[in-house]
Design a protein around this ligand. Sequence first.
Ligand SMILES: NC(=O)C1=CN([C@@H]2O[C@H](COP(=O)(O)OP(=O)(O)OC[C@H]3O[C@@H](n4cnc5c(N)ncnc54)[C@H](OP(=O)(O)O)[C@@H]3O)[C@@H](O)[C@H]2O)C=CC1
Ligand SMILES: O=C(O)CCC(=O)C(=O)O
Length: 480
Amino acid sequence: MKLTHFINGEQVSADTPFDSLNPSNTDDVVASYPAGGPAEVEAAVAAARGAFPAWSAASPELRSDLLDRVGATLMARGAELGELLAREEGKTRAEATGEVMRAARIFKYFAGEALRRHGQTLESTRPGLDASTWREAVGVYGLITPWNFPIAIPAWKTAPALAFGNTVVLKPANPTPAIAHALATIIHECGAALNVPKGIFNMVLGQGGVGSALVDHPDVAGISFTGSQAVGAKVGIAAMARQARVQMEMGGKNPLVVLADADLDRAVQIALDGGFFQTGQRCTASSRVIVEDAIHDRFVAALAERAKALKVGPALDPATQVGPAASDSQFEQNLRYVGIATGEGGRLVTGGERLSLATPGYFMSPAVIADTNPDMRINNEEVFGPVVSTIRARNYKEALEIANRGNFGLSAGIVTTSLKHARDFRRNVRAGMVMVNLPTAGVDYHVPFGGTRGSSYGAREQGFAAVEFYTQIKTVYVGD
Ligand SMILES: NC(=O)C1=CN([C@@H]2O[C@H](COP(=O)(O)OP(=O)(O)OC[C@H]3O[C@@H](n4cnc5c(N)ncnc54)[C@H](OP(=O)(O)O)[C@@H]3O)[C@@H](O)[C@H]2O)C=CC1
Ligand SMILES: O=C(O)CCC(=O)C(=O)O
């Protein structure tokens, strides 16, 4: 399959020198894609800018209809797109189909948001005046999205941008262009059926330079980025240098605290789910498990046993519970971190090995690394793979203190039957999202998503919070 850019309502063909590979079988080329660069970004931004006046002035009903139609189409094609997603990214078919359905629901949610007016009417402090706020569209948004949720994250950035009257240039992740292309095709077909202005949604493919050209473009009013801290830092500096709006989601080192009063089986299931499903490739993954002394040895033994029993295999094999790493570089990073952790003195209880299966792929056995301490690199740097470290804590107080260390602050969880500790944790853990008796990963689409400290920057994403980033407030005073 040869992929194209989408610029000004047209599919723009070009040579396709880059391949997207199936990480479950690297002999299988899923798609080839073009090497877009500054020229394509220029054309896409010009198209988005050209479409902005008409789209921002369009009836909210039209915007709602478009998003609803995209959502319905995604839903109807969930199984087929789920298969493509699993083949290209490596998550299991169930995880991939679930993600497509989530993307569909996000579009449907924002179809509703498009119809809501988010302004306020206030009493003026001066007699005879009315004061009100009005939320208006901002302009062209540049969206740089990652490969680990290659349809849900483009959906949760694109849908609010379009809902509130903005136009979009999407730069999807390099390992997963085919599923992004499928989404772009659906947006275009639905847009054409409703006769929306051409150019409201554009997509440029390519590696090395597309993202930065978008961030640096003077006509791009806002940038939303999800990815690594290192790239996020560059995006933030470049966007702020020209006073563009910017929002960044940059991962985590999410602590899961397991207290001695927890039900052991339940705690192990929560850690397993949070740490290993979707191959640990979630910014919300439960990658540091902090276990109270009294339950520690039993918990680590049980977690290792359950992790060892997980079936690692090709994404589309129905028996598979843990798919491959999404890319060669992510695979090598996962294996490297197992070595870093054991080199620092961590004890590899299970996994962490390259697996040779029937097809050439990026398969690794889920790793549990015990006896780590909070200062080790394994507890401070995001691995983004099926690697869970455990840390022993004397009591709840120490567990909380450890949970609050480090530079990240995305999601944090606690497993306990103590209401007192659960309440204290909710108040005092330094994270944007808190989970009680749940894995740190797995979120709803209609509530805000985001973290504190090094995990996130700027306004929250998703749900009712998205209006903040994708609109600007105009304050209006009316006299007699
Ligand atoms: N928070 C999360 O959910 C995620 C976190 N990650 C973390 O990031 C690590 C690396 O993943 P990787 O896939 O390399 O992703 P990166 O975070 O490094 O981002 C790569 C993307 O950013 C763009 N980009 C690179 N440099 C710039 C720049 N200066 N300005 C604007 N855009 C730029 C690239 O576009 P171009 O090719 O055009 O340069 C590409 O689309 C993972 O191991 C994981 O730890 C990854 C995915 C999701
Ligand atoms: O945990 C989730 O459901 C969302 C995680 C996420 O957004 C991410 O990993 O980028």
